[in-house]
Design a protein around this ligand. Structure first.
Ligand SMILES: [Zn+2]
Length: 468
């Protein structure tokens, strides 16, 4: 069963064929640490986490590299520092710690390399020098620019071609982010200005532009050509287009083979923006909706479809998640006699359906539909044996790792319930003791207390089980 991926570069679904056999180089655009990450970032982090984990699930050896745009390299940080009157170090360190903390909250795997822009200025300078030597870059009064008219493939990723291919001040873009109408020569190095931080370079004091950062660091850790480069669709132009231009102009080789882009997140049907205030940070969303449900919510929609973040949709996915959790609980508690051959056969069918869906350009939405249907089937086997349940659980654990990452599949995590399993079991033992001693007043009050915490007790002839 081949893995097929939609490649933004070819605008086609292609069979995934890595460059070096089982070893995969994967670069993911990381955050600019000038604020808390929001749920739009969460979507991209979660889908690329799933892609990396699924590649490992298929037996590939993935090297995941991600950048952190820190101190002063980004214009946004400079503005924020002025506004808050803080040092660069204070501001970016705080946001960087928050970013790692948010990653943990979402159960994301740590990249093999987290590279800080400030630690790679030399690599950026070397790349700019190479572009100057090869005639792709030129000096202007305020810095060094990439001449897009010299790179004939400019626009091959986004399809955006500049209207006029002329070198000159009117065709230069100084800011890092610009819209589709202004494809023009972009900045590689900014000369020192005012009290902005700066570095020494052969072309004078200054600091690198944003786009050069990802080219320099990805090639440094993954080589001049690597397998996958991913990001949100907002990164496609100009950021990724410029990365391709700089890298391929410098090396004369293909930069990244597969380009993956996720669609953006709407908030109740509207585009998220700080000025409108319809903006939720990852930490607030986790507190409000729970990590597990948040992760599941994003994977419930295919990554190339726009997703609307609304309470109603979160409740819908929450109900779906409950179905998976209840199947887990059913499997954990299975103690019957039925070594169901029928269910094991259904497990094989489910594996094929589930993996076919994910192999089809990571159609997590369809995979979840198969998963829930199978969960429903499982629970019709009333007398399921421990061995059969174990076989299903083993597969569930593997796919849960891909879908839920490092998060535990427990309702107690979902509802932020703080009662530990050990404590619940101790209370049940106390209750059983009270019952044998016919102290029904005490046993009933223990039952009620547990119910307040969302724990249901089921008494059978010779044992007591519990569930959330
Ligand atoms: Zn980037």
């Amino acid at each position: 069963m081949p893995l097929n991926i939609y490649n933004t570069l070819s605008k086609k679904v292609e069979e995934f064929k890595p460059i070096n056999g089982k070893k995969i180089g994967f670069y993911m655009c990381g955050p600019t640490v000038n604020n808390y990450t929001h749920i739009g970032h969460a979507r991209t982090y979660i889908i690329w986490d799933l892609v990396a984990r699924y590649l490992s699930f298929l037996g590939y050896e993935v090297r995941l590299v991600s950048n952190i745009t820190d101190i002063a390299i980004d214009d946004k940080i400079l503005k924020e520092i002025k506004k808050l009157n803080k040092s660069f170090f204070e501001l970016t360190t705080n946001y960087m710690i928050a970013y790692f903390d948010d990653r943990k909250k979402l159960g994301l795997k740590e990249p093999d390399v987290n590279c800080l822009a400030t630690q790679h200025v030399n690599e950026m300078i070397n790349l700019i020098q190479k572009l100057l030597d090869k005639g792709y870059a030129y000096k202007a009064e305020d810095g060094i620019y990439f001449n897009i008219s010299k790179f004939k493939d400019y626009g091959k990723l986004s399809g955006i071609k500049p209207k006029e291919l002329k070198e000159g001040a009117s065709n230069r873009i100084k800011s890092e982010e610009y819209d589709k109408d202004s494809a023009a020569d972009f900045v590689l190095w900014k000369n020192k200005k005012g009290d902005e931080p700066y570095w020494y370079s052969p072309f004078g004091l200054g600091r690198p532009g944003w786009h050069i950062e990802c080219s320099a660091m990805s090639m440094n850790y993954l080589g001049e050509t690597f397998d996958i480069h991913s990001g949100g669709e907002d990164n496609m132009f100009p950021h990724h287009e410029n990365e391709i231009a700089q890298s391929e102009a410098a090396t004369g080789k293909l930069f990244a083979k597969y380009w993956l882009h996720s669609k953006h997140v709407l908030m109740n049907g509207e585009k998220m923006s700080k000025s409108v205030g319809n903006f939720i940070t990852i930490r607030d969303a986790v507190d409000k909706y729970g990590s597990l449900n948040l992760r599941f919510f994003f994977l419930n929609t295919h990554y190339r479809k726009t997703i609307d973040f609304s309470e109603k949709e979160l409740n819908n996915t929450n109900a779906k998640l409950d179905k998976i959790i209840s199947a887990y609980e059913f499997l954990i508690n299975a103690k019957g006699k039925d070594d169901s051959k029928e269910l094991i056969k259904k497990l094989q069918e489910f594996k094929i359906n589930f993996e076919s869906a994910v192999n089809d350009d990571f159609n997590t939405s369809l995979a979840i539909t198969h998963w829930i249907a199978f969960c429903k089937e499982i629970q019709s086997f009333n007398d399921l044996s421990k061995a059969s349940a174990k076989a299903i659980m083993e597969y569930f654990s593997r796919i849960s790792k891909v879908f839920f990452g490092d998060l535990a599949i427990k309702k107690e995590d979902k509802i932020n319930n703080k009662l530990s399993t050990g404590l619940i079991e101790s209370l049940i033992n106390l209750r059983n003791k009270a019952r044998t001693e016919k102290n029904f007043k005490l046993s009933d009050s223990i039952r009620q207390e547990l119910e307040k915490n969302g724990i249901i007790i089921n008494d059978s002839k010779d044992s007591t089980t519990w569930s959330y």
